[in-house]
Design a protein around this ligand. Structure first.
Ligand SMILES: [Zn+2]
Length: 106
């Protein structure tokens, strides 16, 4: 599996593993916009009956980055972004950073 610093940032900011008495859960943040203000909403996408090992948790978080409900690759810069940071949810859509570089105004 390939990895790079950009994906690691995404992993850190948009995925997490929570644990409590009922077990553990893998959560992914989706980004929503309240005007110019980004809002993170965490959704549990996977549960474990017991707390996973650090390696298991990391593997699950990496797999979560492949979930197209939450993350997409931008065809212009080739980087993966949270869906909320794409222009829209259509396939082939650019990320907001690329759109801004091309002069698209939000
Ligand atoms: Zn891009």
């Amino acid at each position: 599996m390939t990895s790079n610093g950009h994906d690691d940032d995404l992993l850190r900011t948009c995925t997490r593993v929570c644990h409590g008495r009922a077990g553990a859960g893998l959560q992914i943040a989706s980004i929503h916009w309240d005007g110019q203000q980004p809002l993170m909403r965490w959704r549990t996408v996977r549960r474990w009956p017991r707390r996973p090992s650090a390696a298991q948790a990391l593997r699950a978080r990496r797999q979560a980055l492949d979930d197209r409900r939450f993350f997409r690759h931008c065809p212009r810069c080739g980087k993966r972004h949270a869906l909320g940071h794409m222009m829209d949810s259509q396939p082939g859509s650019w990320c907001q950073g690329c759109a801004q570089q091309e002069g698209v105004v939000f």
